[in-house]
Design a binder for this molecule. Structure first.
Ligand SMILES: [Fe+2]
Length: 280
């Protein structure tokens, strides 16, 4: 039985007194895997994890994916995607300004990630918080008429469109990267495969259009749903400490990075990404 405390009244839990560096923590991690379905986000603080151990822990949640931006797989293990503003020998150690929009990881593929594990290697003393929103609370707090209106709608998610908006100053995606990331269609309301609970499945920038509606009407609806999803009642703000491991369920939450003084401070974060199934 894990020792826990809530992070937000509606979702998110911190596990305290757990050392994940030890292989003896395998049973505790199995418990965390089960808890993720209902709590949607799990924090474990004060960890000291090797890359190998980070990947081993992540594999208990499921098979791992590798990121399409291979230039940011800069550790000894390709499963670890690095987020960082640090340059080493003139080369970026990781992707910078990634995820500064509301999104669920890998929503732009047919089978998006079920969950992600982000480990804080170096954090700035201020800024760079991550905001998480419960898309289950967001859906459940919509007026019934709106729930019914959107229940069977789908949206097109586009990595190419996101990349063009988020990284306009960079070289465009290669043909191989484009081939790996064609546009995909997902429901706007998705069902959690384990609990059956419904959640909104939208987001900024990556979601290109709501299908079956005129573009302007779809854009307005999307903006309305996004605004509702990121209202303060469904948000948990995570203020990072070095050694934090946060696991979140991409099927029932979305998240957004926030800025920091990147001229002054270093930030190095390691993410692993667990494979998922097609949303329904
Ligand atoms: Fe993300």
């Amino acid at each position: 039985m894990l020792n826990t405390r809530p992070l937000h009244p509606g979702f998110g839990i911190e596990v305290v007194g757990l050392d994940l560096s030890s292989p003896g923590s395998a049973a505790a991690i199995d418990e965390m895997v089960r808890m993720l379905d209902t709590h949607a986000l799990i924090l474990v603080r004060n960890q000291t994890l090797t890359n190998q151990r980070h990947v081993e822990i992540s594999r208990q949640f499921g098979p791992l994916l590798t990121h399409v931006l291979k230039q940011f797989l800069t550790t000894d293990l390709p499963e670890i995607y690095v987020l960082s503003n640090v340059q080493e020998d003139g080369k970026p150690l990781g992707n910078h300004k990634e995820g500064w929009n509301w999104h669920s990881d890998l929503s732009y593929v047919e089978e998006p990630s079920m969950g992600s594990l982000l480990y804080a290697v170096e954090v700035p003393p201020v800024g760079a918080d991550t905001l998480f929103s419960s898309m289950q609370l967001a859906y459940e707090s919509l007026p019934i008429a709106m729930q019914e209106r959107i229940r069977d709608l789908t949206a097109t998610h586009s990595y190419l469109g996101y990349y063009g908006k988020a990284f306009a100053d960079r070289a465009p995606l290669s043909d191989e990267q484009k081939a790996r990331t064609p546009d995909v269609v997902h429901p706007i309301v998705r069902t959690h495969p384990t609990t059956g609970r419904l959640s909104l499945y939208v987001g900024q920038d990556i979601v290109k259009a709501i299908n079956g509606l005129p573009q302007a009407e779809g854009d307005a609806l999307l903006a309305q749903l996004n605004a509702h999803a990121i209202n303060s009642a469904s948000i948990y703000r995570h203020v990072w400490q070095k050694g934090d491991l946060v696991v979140w369920d991409n099927r029932s939450t979305m998240h957004c990075a926030t800025p920091y003084d990147d001229d002054t401070y270093r930030r190095v974060m390691h993410r692993t990404t667990v494979a998922g199934t097609r949303p329904f």
